[in-house]
Design a protein around this ligand. Structure first.
Ligand code: SF4
Ligand code: SF4
Length: 422
């Protein structure tokens, strides 16, 4: 039997080692690019960390399992191929297969968009992606549409894996990576099923204003009803992404917490970070929730300009409290031309990120990207690449919100190249 080598002796491997061992993977050694780790022992074990060449020469009959986060796995995969390791010898410790696929499908995104025109189920957030639509108020019809949407999503995943042409052709979210092969709803996004949602700030790029306004529409089902109906047909360990507007300011918050507790769902709270929510912090402490905060700035002046409020200190104080829970915090940077596309803002953002972020995410103003007829300026594009390089240098996992950049294929390619060269 081939010797198991893990590539990546960092935090991700430390957190997941027990789970991987339980699934039958027992590494004979680790490999890491960081020379300082070579010939030391992996934390808490007697397993040695070696340079790649040494590991291969000691264990010529080997299989390498990539043990870095999924975001960084592609770069390691490519590095291994360039180092002469054949693709048959490479796998991802977390499972899945390597192909040009879509993380929204494989990580189980599923949204319910309730409008005055009917109910739309979507397995991704792109208009051309898999969706079903019904104007029926019958519960069985609803379930039927949900299951049909899931079937279409699985068919698409199969097509991606077999490299077949499909409706996703050309979508920026279609990228090389390790993906699961079986579709399963994991992230439930009940968009547009709220009434009375609101926000405590007014960001210059806010695209939720329409949703907030439409939330007065007559709904087909109440929030509880729709989550109950859908909840019967999805797995228990789903993550709920609630909220249009600022979730911690929502009049529906307590009701949503109750539903989550009853159903044992996790929460991914999209927030501007200006309200410290004790219940969310408790959930983070129990690893039942994580938060995603758009900061978009590195100085108090620019933060105030973007958010319309002068609450930089409050943000930092809340981040400190959320970080004390040990929970997962993703900090987002929405690029805005001539406002935050400069090194001062990006460096300031990373001063905050190194203290508090589990991961950072790069995005742009979606409304602006959709309607603009000229590409983003060269400076803005360069600063996005600078952001990517900085994340890499600071060893903070990075995500890109590809759907935002979908309107500029050239920029997508530039960013993908910048990511690959990190
Ligand atoms: S590749 Fe694009 S269109 Fe296809 S499912 Fe993913 S996000 Fe939707
Ligand atoms: S925090 Fe979100 S919902 Fe509130 S104004 Fe900003 S973008 Fe809009």
């Amino acid at each position: 039997m081939a010797a198991t080598i893990f590539y990546g002796a960092g935090e991700y491997a430390r957190v997941n080692l027990t789970c991987w061992r339980d699934s039958g993977l027992n590494p004979v050694c680790f490999v890491d690019r960081d020379e300082k780790k070579h010939y030391t022992k992996f934390p808490g074990t007697e397993i040695e960390i070696l340079p790649l060449s040494e590991a291969i020469s000691r264990y010529p009959d080997y299989k390498i399992y990539i043990s870095v986060s999924p975001e960084n796995a592609v770069a390691v995969h490519n590095h291994l191929l360039e180092s002469g390791v054949s693709k048959e010898r490479i796998d991802f410790a977390g499972g899945g297969a390597f192909y040009k696929g879509c993380h929204m499908l494989s990580t189980g995104y599923f949204s319910i968009l309730q409008t005055s025109l009917g109910i739309k189920f979507r397995a991704c957030c792109c208009p051309q992606g898999p969706f079903t639509f019904t104007t029926s108020k019958d519960k069985d019809d609803l379930i039927h549409e949900l299951l049909k949407c899931e079937e279409i999503a699985q068919e698409l995943m199969d097509k991606h894996r077999n490299n077949e042409s499909c409706v996703c052709d050309g979508c920026a979210n279609l990228i090389d990576g390790y993906y699961s092969t079986k579709r399963r709803i994991q992230k439930l996004v009940p968009d547009g099923v709220y009434r009375g949602e609101r926000c405590n700030v007014s960001c210059i790029y806010c695209n939720a204003k329409g949703i907030l306004k439409n939330s007065k529409d007559e709904n087909y089902f109440s929030y509880d009803e729709i989550l109950d109906i859908v909840g019967e047909h999805i797995p228990d360990n789903v993550t709920l992404l609630p909220g249009a507007g600022e979730f911690f300011f929502s009049p529906n918050k307590e009701k949503i917490y109750e539903i989550m507790k009853n159903k044992n769902w996790h929460g991914l709270f999209l927030t501007n970070g200006l309200i410290f929510d004790k219940e969310a912090a408790d959930m983070m402490r129990q690893r039942k929730a994580s938060i995603d905060i758009s900061i978009d700035a590195g100085t108090r002046e620019t933060f105030a300009k973007i958010k319309s409020v002068n609450y930089w200190d409050k943000l930092l104080a809340n981040l400190e409290k959320y970080a004390q829970t040990g929970g997962y915090i993703q900090l987002k940077y929405i690029f805005l031309e001539n406002i935050n596309d400069n090194k001062t803002e990006i460096d300031g953002f990373f001063d905050v990120a190194v203290k508090y972020a589990s991961a950072v995410k790069i995005a742009a103003d979606m409304v602006d990207m959709k309607k603009r007829s000229t590409p983003l300026s060269e400076n803005c594009r360069d600063m996005m690449k600078y952001f990517i390089e900085t994340a890499k240098n600071k060893e903070i996992p990075l995500r890109v919100d590809w759907r935002v950049f979908d309107y500029d294929k050239e920029l997508c390619d530039e960013l993908k190249q910048a990511l690959a060269s990190c």
